[in-house]
Ligand binder design. Sequence first.
Ligand code: ASC
Length: 128
Amino acid sequence: QFAKPEDAVKYRKASFTVMAQHFGRIGAMVNGRAPFDAKAAADNAAVVEYMSKLPWAAFGEGTDTGETKARPDIWKENDKFKAAAQKMQDEVAKLNATAKGGNLDQIKASFGAAAQTCKACHDEYRNK
Ligand code: ASC
């Protein structure tokens, strides 16, 4: 799938970067740093949901190398890591569904739940 481990590392970082960018645009609206625009929120949530599916294939065996903050526990307790990744994807899918409804209070709640799954995985599996 990836020619070199470094390619996998680059790919997963790139996909997280795009996801975080679009998640952050929703965050700005949710936190009042940007005006609420229901269409923009829904468009961004759709990108986030799509991107949330991509990084995981790039955490294969042997990709614990080079310029990465990924902690070895990802591979030592891979089932637990995969479950955490799935939880994020589930919450992000809910955020996307909520965003389609256009209700800011509901989007706030879904955004918070999704952000919590980002943080849980970072606390457990990402080096500072
Ligand atoms: C973001 C982003 C994350 C999460 C995390 C939530 O916008 O880039 O990694 O939210 O900060 O706690």
